[in-house]
Design a protein. Structure first.
Length: 296
């Protein structure tokens, strides 16, 4: 099955344009399955795989304590792999077609409230050596709900401060236009004019956010920046870059934004992914009702 897996991963990369992380995860799941087939059942031909064998394998994974969310990823990998093999006529039938995905408990995402966001922003010393950059980073994370990878890859040519929009490339190599609020535009403009030029070196590219060495900021560095700013602001809750994305969506919904518009701005392929924020809003409303209503 090794050659078939290699070919399938190449298909995901070149024809589907899926991310490196997704390719790695899928390859790992399929190689684990192939290894089990070879060692336990001495099967190396995907055409010899049956639904019973797949079910048996998933059962062993569950008994080993693998979480439902992880098993779901393995089921998805096996399903799309055998669908691909069947379409390419490499196996006589799609034995994984009837596999059902395990039910996964959905956890409500953490969010910051508007006061906490303001505390972080106001605690940033813009006169510090990297203060303008750090302020612009947080403003953009919150104003546009960008993923950390979208922020670190953001380029000057894809930003229009005049129109207040930025073009970013998200999951599945899909691009989208996202609004950038007035406050964020002002912070970015100030950084671009007064601080970014200090970071530019001979080999500096067009990335918006630079390190002091002139290269693009890494994801790890953005994590460090956000954590440091939250501590400086005196927040006891754990703050990380993706928390601003959750807060962005939740605050839009709370203030009356349409769920479909939020879906588009976040770059979610499926509306069900965005719907989790309706549960966050409902939970918040119940909490307020319980706290302030006489019979709450």
């Amino acid at each position: 099955m090794e050659a078939e897996i290699d070919e399938f991963i190449m298909y995901l990369a070149t024809e589907r344009g899926l991310s490196d992380a997704y390719q790695i995860s899928t390859r790992h799941s399929l190689e684990e399955f192939a290894s089990w087939l070879s060692k336990v059942r001495e099967i190396t031909d995907p055409g010899a795989v049956t639904l019973d064998l797949i079910t048996e394998y998933l059962g062993t994974r569950k008994r080993k304590g693998l979480a439902a969310a992880s098993i779901k990823l393995e089921v998805v990998a096996i399903k799309i792999f055998f669908r691909y093999l069947h379409i390419r006529k490499k196996v006589p039938r799609d034995v994984a077609e009837v596999l059902t995905l395990p039910r996964v408990e959905r956890y409500l995402p953490e969010t910051l409230n508007e006061i906490q966001v303001e505390q972080i922003l106001e605690s940033i010393d813009t006169k510090a050596p990297r203060g303008l950059r750090d302020r612009a980073i947080v403003e953009l994370l919150y104003a546009s709900g960008l993923r950390i990878s979208e922020l670190t890859e953001a380029r000057l040519e894809n930003l229009s401060l005049e129109e207040g929009v930025i073009r970013v490339t998200g999951k599945g190599n899909k691009t989208r236009l996202v609004p950038v609020g007035r406050k964020a535009c002002e912070a970015i403009a100030t950084y671009l004019q007064n601080q970014r030029p200090e970071f530019v070196k001979k080999k500096t590219g067009s990335h918006i956010f630079l390190s002091i060495r002139g290269g693009k900021l890494t994801r790890e560095r953005v994590w460090q920046i956000v954590e440091k700013l939250a501590k400086r602001a005196g927040l006891e809750t754990h703050v990380y870059p993706h928390l601003f994305r959750h807060s962005f969506a939740t605050h839009l919904l709370t203030n009356g934004a349409d769920l479909r518009v939020i879906q588009e701005m976040l770059g979610h392929a499926d509306i069900s992914t965005t719907e989790i924020y309706t549960h966050v809003d409902q939970a918040r409303m119940k909490s307020v009702h319980h706290k302030f209503h006489p019979r709450g």
